[in-house]
Design a protein around this ligand. Structure first.
Ligand code: HOZ
Length: 435
């Protein structure tokens, strides 16, 4: 019997001729979960539609930015209005200052900032700045944390690097990787030992304060405070990579939630309302090391792009003005879906560990607990893949990797959540029959 190719299938075949793996970012290829990756034609609210007309409830939200749902009317309007005045100037605009004030208003630790076009640029620049400010070479990161794809940050990284089991990346010289110390997350003794073994040599600790890129892993109580104390004691900078958690777990990110003041913060995703924006900022004396004031070079033709600023202002402005109801709604929706699926798994006898902070969570297919990457890696990724496929077939699109976080938006409804929990119950019932 001849198989008819779906429209998504046909688009994938063409894409595979044009792009390595058929994609412009590895995690889109569905390699870890199998099946046909749907090609998206449209999004509205909590839903995505593919090229074959199938509708999905979206729980990956463009990997984080779409906290207000797809095509949120104020964001669409703001982009249209900005585009009518030209898509780019490569010169300063009022909008950059407007978005910057929204950011500094939400993040008291950010006295000055700079906009860039991606989270990768933000983290790469923050680390360069930390090295220049401290005049030290080593950096500490944590296993399973992903801070974008700059050379020195790919060591034992999460996200696609963990998904595809790549130990680091080819093309990163040993001499560069040598200066990255990758330690287990949530283990403060390992951090103390690193400072003892490299006295006066560690420029910074960069951390996802709630790990998102190994799946969601919350910090142990007082772990972040201990990182703050140790970095201050040893003259190293503390960088919170809040690309994922910023404006997501609270308006002021993880630093608001846990009451920590990092030296530098990196932002991305929500701050651009779905357009390509990243930002890094922090103490003014550190930020003033950047050119043209200081000797640290960093630049970008499209940095602070007017369309991107407009989308960011519309998104962050809405979050600020509706803060109480937005975060209360996200908490309720996320708790209902995360706990609903967890109890469906328990009823089917499927070992599952649910880690969640606000509107960010992961269902790990392991009895758990999951407090670091090593434990996350114990998950049954084959079971995760089967679950992902069953959910997609039932019209629910989860992030296509065990080592990513799922998100809700304010556009999700109680009916969406119920449909999701019902789909999970059926998926688990089928899975427990098979095993
Ligand atoms: N975990 C990645 C972002 N935090 C997924 C997005 C991508 O790599 O395309």
């Amino acid at each position: 019997m001849a198989l008819t190719l779906t429209r998504s299938g046909a688009l994938r075949l063409r894409a595979e001729k044009l792009f390595p793996g058929g994609v412009n970012s590895p995690v889109r290829a569905f390699r870890a979960v199998g099946g046909e990756p749907p090609f998206v034609v449209r999004g509205e609210g909590a839903y995505l539609w593919d090229a074959d007309g199938n509708r999905y409830i979206d729980y990956f939200g463009s990997w984080g930015p779409m906290i207000l749902g797809h095509a949120f009317p104020p964001v669409v309007e703001a982009i249209k209005k900005a585009a009518a005045n030209s898509a780019s100037f490569g010169a300063s605009t009022q909008a950059e200052g407007d978005l910057a004030e929204l950011v500094t208003g939400a993040y008291p630790s950010i006295e000055k900032l700079r906009f860039v076009s991606s989270g990768t640029e933000a983290t790469m620049s923050a680390v360069r700045l930390a090295r220049a400010f401290t005049n030290r070479k080593y950096i500490v990161k944590f296993e399973g944390c992903y801070h974008g794809h700059a050379d020195g940050l790919l060591v034992k990284a999460g996200s696609g690097v963990a998904t595809f089991g790549i130990p680091g990346s080819a093309g990163v010289p040993e001499e560069v990787a040598h200066f990255t110390l990758a330690l287990p997350f949530n283990d403060i003794v390992a951090v103390e030992a690193a400072f003892e073994n490299h006295p006066g040599q560690i420029a910074c600790i960069i951390v996802e304060p709630i790990v998102g890129n190994a799946g969601c892993i919350p910090p142990a109580p007082s772990y972040l405070q201990a990182l703050r104390t140790l970095t201050a004691q040893h003259g190293a900078l503390l960088i919170f990579d809040e690309v994922m958690t910023g404006f997501r777990v609270a308006f002021g990110g993880a630093q608001e939630l846990y009451g920590i003041r990092p030296d530098l913060t990196t932002l991305g995703k929500i701050v651009g309302g779905g357009l390509p924006v990243g930002a890094f900022g922090g103490r003014a004396e550190i930020m003033d090391q950047l050119a043209p004031l200081g000797p640290v070079y960093q630049a970008g033709t499209l940095s602070g792009n007017p369309l991107a600023m407009a989308a960011g202002i519309a998104t962050v402005g809405y979050l600020r003005d509706h803060r109480a109801e937005v975060y209360a709604k996200l908490e309720k929706l996320s708790a209902t879906v995360a706990d609903g699926v967890a109890s469906a798994a328990a009823s089917a006898g499927i070992p599952l560990t649910t880690n969640r902070v606000g509107a960010m969570w992961t269902w790990f297919f392991t009895a758990g607990p999951v407090t670091n990457y090593e434990q996350a890696a114990q998950s049954d990724t084959k079971r995760f893949a089967a679950f992902h496929r069953a959910m997609l077939n039932a019209g629910v699109w989860l992030p296509p990797s065990q080592f990513e976080a799922a998100f809700t938006s304010t556009a999700h409804t109680d009916a969406d959540i119920q449909q999701t929990v019902d789909a999970a119950r059926q998926a688990f019932a089928a899975m427990s029959k098979e095993s």
